[in-house]
Design a protein around this ligand. Sequence first.
Ligand code: RIB
Ligand code: CA
Length: 308
Amino acid sequence: MTRDRRPVVIDADPGIDDVLAILYLTGLPDVEIVGLTTVHGNVPAGTGARNALKAFEIAGAPDVPVVVGIDRPLVHQAATAEDVHGTDGLGDAGVLPSLRRPSAGSGPLQLLQWARERPGEITLLAIGPLTNVAVAQLLEPKLPSLFRELVIMGGAVWAPGNVTPHAEFNTWHDPEAARVVLEAPWNMTLVGLDVTARTRLEGAALAELEGSPKPVARFASAILQGYLNESERESGVRAAFMHDPLASAIMMDPRLADFRDTPLLVELAEPERGRTRPEASGGGPAVHVAVDVDGPRFIARYLSAVLR
Ligand code: RIB
Ligand code: CA
């Protein structure tokens, strides 16, 4: 491990914004991406692994290990979102798959292994449903102390949901996993729709990305086109939510956001399945919930990392 780089493990469901987060983090000189595990969510876990391998190849980080994780929620059936992310999870932009294959093993066991190899050092960035993290934690209840911290893209605490009026996609997909994780004593930051729903890539910043001849920028732009066209059809504006990249940026610099600490309860039953509700009465550990963000500052940082 080089001393001045922060070790990070990513658990993701690549999908477009997960890939944009990978392109961001691989562009930062002060990050060591130890590895990535994939989970069901935007696409099946196997498809997500193929997309992560491609993203690391394009980003010039072809040696980052990618391990396939759990391909369904703990209780519910998987409900992937190819209608949003494309059949291939990369916006059906005609991207050729990487020649690399995922590493052997299973996501939850791999998370355990990385944590045990470097106890207390690694930040876990979870930007998909929390199934892998919950299973790893059930296998090893000490897991929260074996990671330095956990940063989650998920939830909607004081903001409306994006799958139902109450629930955000990642916590809705596997609410039981989210409850298992959020009631455990992690050093935990939650970057939910409270801030990500207000932070979009659009206008001059989007034009700068789309106008760049650089390989990483061209790849990011290509996989975004279907999503941007849909945004234009629906709202007349070409804009892309940056859920996972924003969680990545706040992980790297919490000064981008303001936080409120509260225990969170995850609702399991309809109609509020997946809701992340502030829980005043005792309950689990306090979670640092991002409640405000400097969006323009984030977008500028994002561009400087991917326009490399
Ligand atoms: O609600 C947004 C989240 O759900 C993002 O992580 C996106 O990639 C999907 O997983
Ligand atoms: Ca995601």
